[in-house]
Design a protein around this ligand. Structure first.
Ligand SMILES: CC(C)(COP(=O)(O)OP(=O)(O)OC[C@H]1O[C@@H](n2cnc3c(N)ncnc32)[C@H](O)[C@@H]1OP(=O)(O)O)[C@@H](O)C(=O)NCCC(=O)NCCSC(=O)C[C@H](O)C(=O)O
Ligand SMILES: [Mg+2]
Length: 275
């Protein structure tokens, strides 16, 4: 089983060459070079050229580019640059329907962002578009559009967060959780990572070097989880060898889906630790 972890996906502003350089060394599972909201309109063209230059040298992880949205003056130039430089994925902001994504006909993995009410309502059809690798939540834009108030448990966003997980998982795509804005609040960040993992997200988008390791930890597997997975698989394999259809491990029922889950944990462990 091949499972490439995307525990931490680091946004890097396209107009910050120093941060772009640094992002090669931070241990993120993927990097998103951002041309959209992190870059002011007057810096868009320079940022695109920075990113073009930086992409001449590869990263030790997949590199995506977040292009400017449909209907903006920069969308075509951004997409052309990203495709010519051979990025590993295109992050598409503020996607609201499947048709616009399908109409792009791009041969690169697509990562639509769900960050508007319409996008959240259409998450399932967007996830189902061929070429879509995963969905990314944009909680800042979503919160603004929904007129929600900040809440420590993201209560006002829960419906949309779960809709994204449901949509992505239904189509075998990767759901990535939103950024946590306060880069000087590691406890709050950990709490939100745990919540995201509990909800079913595969990883978290992050905005600062200090958040990378914490996201890798939160969305990775622990040695204890690996031990449990190994023991469960052993119990399962033994039961199957004895002709039984189900097993128990530690008193709990084990069926095929639990064995599959355990195998996924081991695969993630191997990928995560082997880099
Ligand atoms: C959040 C920041 C503006 C904080 O900046 P700053 O206070 O300057 O950071 P530090 O001084 O602590 O930086 C220390 C060093 O780390 C490097 N750095 C900082 N951020 C990054 C990064 N993202 N990637 C790589 N390297 C980074 C600095 O260069 C310093 O290095 P050195 O000089 O060598 O010491 C800043 O972190 C930042 O700009 N973060 C990214 C913001 C961003 O990308 N925003 C857009 C994506 S989030 C979004 O749009 C959400 C979504 O759409 C939604 O709707 O929710
Ligand atoms: Mg946004």
């Amino acid at each position: 089983m091949s499972v490439k972890p995307l525990r931490s996906v680091l946004y890097v502003p396209g107009d910050k060459p120093r941060a772009i350089d640094k992002s090669r060394t931070l241990g993120a599972d993927a990097v998103v070079l951002d041309l959209e909201d992190a870059v002011a309109p007057e810096h868009k063209d320079a940022a695109r050229e920075n990113v073009r230059g930086a992409l001449a040298n590869r990263w030790p992880c997949p590199v995506f580019v977040r292009v400017n949205g449909l209907g903006t003056p920069w969308e075509h130039a951004d997409r052309e640059m990203a495709l010519l430089t051979g990025v590993d994925g295109l992050v598409l902001p503020k996607v609201e329907d499947a048709r616009t994504v399908g109409a792009l006909h791009l041969r690169v993995p697509l990562w639509p962002m769900i960050e508007t009410p319409l996008g959240a309502l259409h998450a399932a059809e967007i996830a189902g578009v061929p070429g879509v690798a995963g969905l990314i939540v944009g909680a800042n834009d979503l919160a603004r559009a929904l007129r929600t108030r900040p809440h420590p448990e993201r209560l006002p966003l829960l419906h949309a967060l779960s809709a994204v997980v449901l949509a992505a998982r239904a189509y075998g795509k990767v759901p990535l959780d939103a950024v946590y804005n306060d880069v000087r609040d590691p406890e709050g960040f950990d709490r939100e990572c745990r919540q995201g993992r509990t909800l079913g997200f595969a990883g978290k988008t992050v905005i600062h070097p200090s958040q990378v390791e914490a996201a890798n930890r939160a969305f990775g597997v622990t040695a204890a989880e690996v031990e449990t997975a190994r023991a469960l698989l052993q119990a399962w394999n033994q039961a199957r060898a004895e002709g039984k259809s189900v097993a128990t491990h530690g008193g709990a029922l084990v069926e095929q889906m639990h064995a599959d889950e355990a195998a996924e944990v081991l695969a993630l462990w191997t990928q995560g630790t082997a880099g």
